[in-house]
Design a protein around this ligand. Structure first.
Ligand code: FES
Ligand SMILES: [Fe+2]
Length: 442
């Protein structure tokens, strides 16, 4: 296997990136080893496993993992693979159990991951199988943060907080209650679907590709947003974002966000005009947040990607998106929809309907994106097409180094976040140490 120099494929200063990184099988295999087996990955949300014995089957890279709450209430993430011959020990998407019993030869594991039951143990294994040596394989590190659960296979990975760096204040905008209380969100559903595209197209899009707005023109004209009514259009109707100054921020760890800063007055902007009850809820939440957080309430999240494959929409439709790789040209998209856990049922129900209009395989906005990523992937496999790099020259050099809000800040639409993301991707691919992966060595 040739040793690939990823840096040669990513010429971020020249604003060019090779199409190979989106289609090449060898590059993809290397990504699984160097990116997905090392980076901190989002696995799920604690609201999906509130009780002892609850589990939610997730993925890390290509591999199936079980997010589980054990009898004592501790949270674990296990590889969903039996230690005997590798069969999945859990074939459900979620549920509650006291044991994971392998369907093949019935070895069974506790919710702490311990191998408990081995059929005919006394006859067949006594003296040759130490049960406590054959637990389910557990991630090296796990982090719980405001309900979210993250994990890494790399025991040498830095603390999750260091990995997130200053991008954390932007991620908070997704996870915190609308009235500014920290955390307090719950997942009300997960959409899962397959997109015939490389996973990085989706991650990159959420770094802040506002340039692609025209591709959603038909949805905007129809007006599927929560504020839509006669005379207004859009796929989201977020009054606060409309009044705000938009910023694009890139971080040394590879993350990138598109956020916004509300004017000093930070007035509520009409957003849910089709339903007075929902509008009243959000208006009140806005006022409470402003009173609680003061000037910091002016930071509004919009979209972002936590390196490598966890993205978000911070406001409309609020949720986390994970782009699970299946192959160089296939991605499984998961959207975890978030609401304030203590919001009235009417608010949750209203948002659920909006989320379905917007997202998933039948959602009107997501179809546009999937189509773009599909053709971009397909077109990159062409013999001739592959010879020509993509252009990433937008707003070259137009950012404030170490600006406010945590990173390099651009006040205009930019591909700086993407250039920064792929530079960090290349560091992972080329086997950089953690100092380099956190952007502490240039
Ligand atoms: S593969 Fe699980 S018991 Fe044999
Ligand atoms: Fe889009």
């Amino acid at each position: 296997m040739r040793k690939l120099e990823a840096k040669t494929l990513v010429n971020s200063t020249g604003g060019e990136i090779s199409r190979e990184i989106f289609v090449d099988r060898e590059i993809y295999r290397q990504e699984l080893e160097t990116v997905f087996a090392r980076a901190w990955l989002f696995v799920g949300h604690e609201s999906q496993i509130p009780n002892p014995g609850d589990f939610f089957v997730s993925r890390m890279g290509e591999e199936s993992v079980i997010l589980c709450r054990d009898k004592q209430g501790e949270v674990h993430v296990f590889l969903n693979s039996c230690r005997h011959r590798g069969m999945k020990v859990c074939r459900y998407e979620q549920g509650n159990t006291s044991l994971f019993t392998c369907p093949y030869h019935s070895w069974s594991y506790t919710t702490e991951g311990k191998l408990q039951g081995v059929p005919q143990y006394r006859n067949l294994y006594e003296g040759s199988l130490e049960r406590d040596q054959w637990s389910l394989i557990e991630v090296a590190r796990l982090k719980r943060y405001k309900g979210t659960v993250w994990a890494t296979w790399d025991k040498d990975a830095p603390e999750w907080d260091a990995y997130m760096g200053k991008a954390l204040i932007h991620l908070d905008q997704v996870l915190d209650c609308r009235d500014g209380r920290p955390g307090g969100s719950e997942v009300i559903g997960v959409h899962k679907w397959i997109v015939p595209s490389n996973w990085k197209f989706a991650s990159e899009n959420f770094l802040g590709d506002s340039y692609h707005n025209p591709s959603h023109r038909s949805v905007d004209l129809i007006g599927i947003g929560p504020g839509s009514k006669a005379g207004t259009t859009g796929r989201r109707n977020d009054g606060a974002l409309e009044q705000a100054e938009h910023i694009w921020v890139s971080f040394p760890e590879g993350h990138g966000v598109h956020s916004a800063i509300a004017p000093e007055s930070n007035e509520y902007g009409d957003s849910f005009l089709t339903d007075p009850e929902i509008e009243a809820y959000f208006r009140e939440a806005h006022e409470k947040r402003k009173a609680a957080l003061g000037d910091t309430a002016r930071l509004l999240g919009f979209t972002g990607t936590v390196f490598p494959n966890t993205s978000y929409h911070a406001r409309q439709p609020r949720g986390l998106c994970v782009w699970h790789p299946h192959s160089p040209t296939e991605t499984e998209a998961w959207r975890f929809f978030l609401v304030d856990a203590d919001a009235p049922e009417a608010v949750k129900d209203y948002l659920r309907h909006y989320y379905m209009r917007y997202s998933g395989p039948a959602g009107m906005t997501e179809q546009d994106d999937a189509e773009n990523w599909l053709y971009a992937t397909n077109a990159s496999t062409g013999t001739i097409a592959k010879r020509y790099p993509f252009n990433y020259a937008q707003s070259q050099g137009k950012f404030v180094k170490d600006g406010p809000y945590g990173g390099d800040v651009s006040y205009q639409m930019t591909e700086q976040n993407a250039r920064n993301y792929y530079e960090r991707w290349a560091s992972y691919m080329d086997g950089g140490d953690w100092g380099e992966l956190l952007g502490q060595k240039q």
